[in-house]
Design a protein around this ligand. Structure first.
Ligand code: NAP
Length: 340
């Protein structure tokens, strides 16, 4: 995007019909994002469909190189291969691309941004800005204000990831397989590798034989280091897909350089951007996907001292965040707002 441009930008959503794309439309509308034009792109399958925006139906077009002419901001959410092919094209035509896929996240010249954590990195872009992995965003947004106060040197986390993280088709598979299970019908899963109804399984990404970690876990580990700008932070992750339609949860245990109490963590998080405390031990009320769904903030609770560390340096907590919003669309639109 050319600097000094005064008119409202032409914005394109690539992957507009997907689980994230629909939320991108919602975020642009809700946040009243200034635009002179909004173009919606998807695959040839969706050409001719319409999606509602600001009270009117907007046509979805098949993504082509020519369609990107004149685009100032491209919000890409159509998978890595589409991003690899079309994001450089959009950039060559003058656009800045905010990319939701994993295609460019670990590239040295590509900022990986969570606006609550490293907003200044946006200015270092060379045309592409990467939106981090959804489990990474949900996990580390609440950790950052703690890390700034008392450096986290070690983090262990386990995720409880919803169907929506695998896209619209996975959400449909969860709905359909649950109906079939309750009706006593056979169901053949085609989107995810294992039966999903009343089941859970290790994240459906390839395991690296060298480490034993799957790709999702590796992304969380590497992206945490890049976003925090701290290559020394020690992270171990276990990523699991659970039969929840929307919103990821994460159990986090972290060890700080200096002693830290649960009360201190609660106090830090009470005023932190992008998070909301839901921490009521008396009522046993803590973050749940049901409450996080459709919400911008990441819910944080179950904040307690880690009893396995008698030195008092470690705290455990539990978070829930809508990964279609803060884990994807909202974070991307927040980044785009910084480009205005
Ligand atoms: N779901 C999440 O929570 C989440 C979070 C962070 C990042 N992401 C990333 O965001 C991207 C989209 O995820 P999603 O969950 O929204 O997936 P999805 O529901 O499966 O949607 C995929 C979108 O990409 C479009 N598309 C597919 N192939 C295309 C092509 N060749 N050309 C143009 N458009 C194409 C689809 O269009 P059709 O409808 O026409 O097929 C659809 O709009 C992925 O890279 C994913 O890794 C997802």
């Amino acid at each position: 995007m050319q600097s000094g441009r005064s008119a409202a930008p032409v914005v394109a959503i690539v992957g507009a019909t997907g689980a994230v794309g629909i939320e991108l439309l919602g975020c642009l509308e809700r946040r009243n994002f200034p635009m002179s034009e909004l173009r919606l792109f998807a695959s040839a399958r969706s050409a001719g469909k319409t999606l509602p925006f600001r009270g009117k139906p907007l046509a979805v077009r098949e993504l082509t190189e020519d369609g990107l002419n004149g685009v100032n901001i491209g919000l890409f959410s159509a998978g890595s291969s589409t991003s690899k092919r079309f994001a450089p094209v959009a950039v060559s035509k003058g656009a800045v691309v905010v990319d939701n896929s994993s295609a460019f996240r670990m590239d040295a010249g590509v900022p990986l941004v969570v606006p609550e954590i490293n907003p200044a990195s946006v200015r270092e872009h060379k045309g592409i800005i990467a939106n981090p992995n959804c489990a990474a965003i949900i996990s580390i947004t609440p950790l950052w204000p703690i890390h700034r106060t008392n450096r986290i040197r070690r983090l262990t986390l386990s995720t409880y990831q919803a169907a929506s993280g695998a896209g619209a088709a996975a959400m449909e598979e969860l709905r359909e397989s649950t109906r079939a299970y309750l009706d006593g019908r056979e169901y053949r899963n085609t989107v995810l590798p294992h039966p999903y109804a009343f089941n859970l399984f290790s994240h459906n990404t390839r395991i690296d034989p060298a480490t034993g970690y799957n790709e999702e876990e590796t992304k969380v580990i590497q992206e945490t280091r890049k976003i925090f700008g701290d290559s020394e932070i020690r992270v171990s992750a276990t990523c699991v897909r659970v039969p929840v339609l929307r919103a990821h949860c994460v159990s986090l245990t972290f060890e700080c350089e200096r002693p830290i109490s649960a009360a201190a963590v609660r106090e830090i998080l009470a005023g932190a951007p992008g998070v909301k405390l839901v921490d009521d031990p008396e009522k046993n009320y803590f973050p749940m996907p049901k409450d996080a769904s459709g919400q911008d903030p990441i819910l944080v609770g179950r904040i307690r001292q880690d009893l396995s560390d008698p030195s008092g340096h470690s705290v455990a907590m539990f978070v829930a965040g809508d990964q279609l919003l803060k884990g994807a669309a909202l974070n991307a639109v927040q980044i785009a707002e910084q480009l205005l």
